[in-house]
Design a protein around this ligand. Structure first.
Ligand code: COA
Length: 380
């Protein structure tokens, strides 16, 4: 293995990995389940609704979901309980402390693919960052459990920057490479968002899907010939209450409300849309300028996958024209919003065809608010 003296301090993306759950829910299936829940709720509360004491629930619609978000289906770890109007949440047997956690399990699957693609052995990796919007528990860290499962010597820790976790993880990994503190770092984003989604909330029940991604960030000196140079990374956060989840360990201080709807994902979607689009578009243009790159010369944008309308507006502002699917690929239709994993899925599935010297942008944005940019150039 290359020692510290021969390292370049130049971070690159050596490979990526993707784990996609086998089960998927179409909008039609989702809406049928949701509307059955609405019918049962309204029937059970008919008298109170008649008396004006309880508001009736409104039905969801496939047409609204596709038009407002671009989402047509989403993968989930457990389809049957999510679609059961009496449950509407994931369900699986609780695992013992001696078994691999489910979040670690899917992280390991994505990471294994990334390692294989780079021809890398686990013992060559120095660090594991588990960067995702929900951890299965506070400690021991998911990253350390994944590290142990893969057989990696070194260190690992968890980081949560909501939908921007992966790009914040990539910059953190890149900084380890730049400083010479590591030569090979796995950034793993297992997202079981079906656990934080309120499947009974009409405004958001269609948004999220489950997945896991992995990005192997390495020193150029040890990277495979086929890699992506990281030209620059930039992070930004601005406080906002418009995307919020109040789940936490202090919920037990007020037990009467510990299971309230605010302990799941809640957002003011329209405000998020209006505020985040200009913030992110400006950030990309400014960072491109700082890196001496012409934003209109970017070959491809792998944007966060929350809403096709947001991506259309951001891409237009950056590229100076309406982007086509080749310039700004979408995975929202089949994956839904997978939180921090979205831009990485787009990169993983839609980067093979680029040529040496082509530049592109991985960009995420979401709760916090948070946003991250990773400008990359395809190697020889
Ligand atoms: N089915 C049918 N109608 C629905 C509905 C559903 N599931 N959900 C909401 N509606 C209705 C609303 O009641 C509202 O009706 P009204 O006009 O009579 O009041 C109307 O549709 C518009 O609702 P609104 O919430 O304003 O929709 P929207 O066009 O803003 O789309 C989002 C909602 C969430 C798709 C969109 O705002 C979005 O994607 N925002 C960005 C989210 C984001 O990036 N979040 C980051 C998370 S990581």
């Amino acid at each position: 293995m290359t020692d510290k003296a021969t390292m370049t301090g130049r971070p690159v993306i050596s490979s990526t990995g993707l784990f996609t759950p086998s089960e998927s829910i179409t909008n039609e299936e989702l809406v049928a389940s949701f509307n059955e829940y609405v019918r049962r709720h309204n029937a059970a509360n008919a008298e109170a609704i008649e008396a004006g004491e309880v508001e009736p629930l409104n039905e969801s619609s496939v047409e609204f979901i596709e038009k407002a978000s671009g989402i047509k289906a989403r993968h989930v770890m457990a389809k049957v309980p999510v679609l059961d109007p009496e449950i509407m949440a994931p369900r699986w047997p609780q695992r013992s402390n001696d078994e691999l956690s489910i979040l670690a399990e899917i992280g390991v699957k994505a990471a294994t693919q990334a390692l294989e693609r780079a021809g890398r052995k686990p013992e060559d990796v120095d660090a594991v960052l588990c960067a995702a919007s929900n951890m299965e528990r506070p400690y021991p860290a998911m990253a350390i459990e994944i590290q142990q499962a893969l057989g990696i010597d070194g260190f690992g820790f968890d980081m949560n920057v909501a939908c921007s976790s992966a790009t914040f993880g990539i910059q953190t990994a890149a900084d380890y490479i730049r400083s010479g503190n590591a030569k090979s770092v796995l950034v793993i984003s297992p997202e079981i968002t079906s656990g934080h989604l309120n499947w009974r909330d009409r405004d958001s029940h269609f948004i999220f899907g489950d997945v896991a991604t992995a990005v192997l960030v390495e020193d150029a000196a040890i990277a495979p010939a086929d890699h992506w140079d990281i030209l620059g990374t930039k992070l930004k956060t601005v406080f906002s209450n418009n995307i919020r989840n109040n789940f936490g360990f202090l919920n037990r201080a007020y037990p009467d409300d510990a299971g309230g709807p605010d302990k799941l994902f809640v957002q003011e979607g329209r405000k998020v849309f209006k505020e985040v689009v200009p913030m992110v578009a400006q950030m990309i243009v400014d960072e491109a300028e700082r890196l001496d790159l012409d934003p209109q010369g970017l070959r491809r944008l792998w944007l966060h996958q929350a809403n096709t309308g947001m991506n259309r507006l951001i891409a237009h502002r950056v590229l100076g024209h309406e982007a086509n699917e080749d310039e700004s690929p979408t995975v929202l239709d089949t994956y839904g919003n997978t939180s921090s994993a979205g831009s990485i899925i787009a990169f993983h599935l839609h980067s093979k065809d680029l040529e040496a010297g082509d530049t592109g942008l991985i960009c995420s944005f979401g709760a916090g608010y948070s946003a991250g940019t990773v400008f990359v150039r395809k190697s020889a």
